[in-house]
Design a binder for this molecule. Structure first.
Ligand SMILES: [Zn+2]
Length: 230
């Protein structure tokens, strides 16, 4: 489904994944394992492009529901996988993804072995302010320490990963139980204050299609007020 010209939402994959169409194709997040065929079908049938047109797979963070098809897609298409260094180490199995109470990290591990998800290496390590495939990288530590947002200034679209969610037009912070450092996540969100974007695309929930930067600024102000009363 095309959200704005050149930006597509591949529906029916948990979590949300998006494909940006320029001369080359860029995939942002890849969903839970075993959805590779669905993503490839979107490229060939909906976009009428060939799988080898996919040149870059950008991962907003290390969670299994975002990286699940990345390795298989790379094997088929030859695309390069990019992620922030801190999460690349978790994706490669060198570090463990922690959670506030510890319990969920066991769940992530179990889910990984249940879905037969193997660790893999990332081709490109990205950092704050990097420019890659037409996007500016914003490092947003909190949900995971290597979480990133990707800003498409040409289209005024922000891909926010799991740092913010949008449900029924309402912005929510990251899910607390699976967020490594919630305070840090809220500090990262403040980075978005002066960014100009119309559309925000999150890893969970629906696209926020209008006035996204104003709504995010409102959300930031709301959090500050709540913090001030604590
Ligand atoms: Zn996540």
């Amino acid at each position: 489904m095309e959200i704005v010209p050149g930006v597509h939402w591949i529906k029916g994959i948990t979590s949300q994944c998006y494909i940006v169409v320029d001369k080359e194709l860029t995939l942002i997040d890849t969903g839970m394992p075993h959805k590779t065929k669905k993503i490839l079908r979107y490229i060939t049938d909906d976009l009428q492009r060939t799988p080898s047109d996919l040149k870059t797979i950008l991962l907003t963070h290390c969670d299994i529901d975002h990286v699940g098809n990345a390795c298989e897609l790379r094997n088929i298409t030859g695309a390069k996988i990019a992620a922030h260094q801190q999460d690349a180490e978790i994706i490669a199995g060198k570090k463990i993804r922690t959670t506030p109470k510890g319990g969920m990290s066991t769940l992530f591990k179990l889910l990984g072995s249940f879905l037969r998800m193997k660790p893999f290496h990332v081709d490109l390590l990205i950092n704050d302010s990097d420019n890659l495939s037409g996007f500016t990288v914003l490092h947003m530590p909190g949900h995971t320490m290597g979480s990133i947002a990707l800003y498409d200034s040409k289209r005024k679209v922000l891909f926010i990963g799991d740092t913010l969610r949008c449900k029924h037009g309402i912005i929510l912070g990251p899910s607390k139980n699976v967020t490594m450092d919630i305070k840090q996540a809220y500090r990262s969100i403040e980075k978005l204050k002066n960014l100009d974007f119309t559309v925000m695309l999150s890893g969970h929930g629906e696209p926020l299609r209008k006035n996204a930067s104003a709504l995010v600024t409102e959300f930031i102000e709301k959090i500050k007020k709540v913090e001030a009363t604590r």
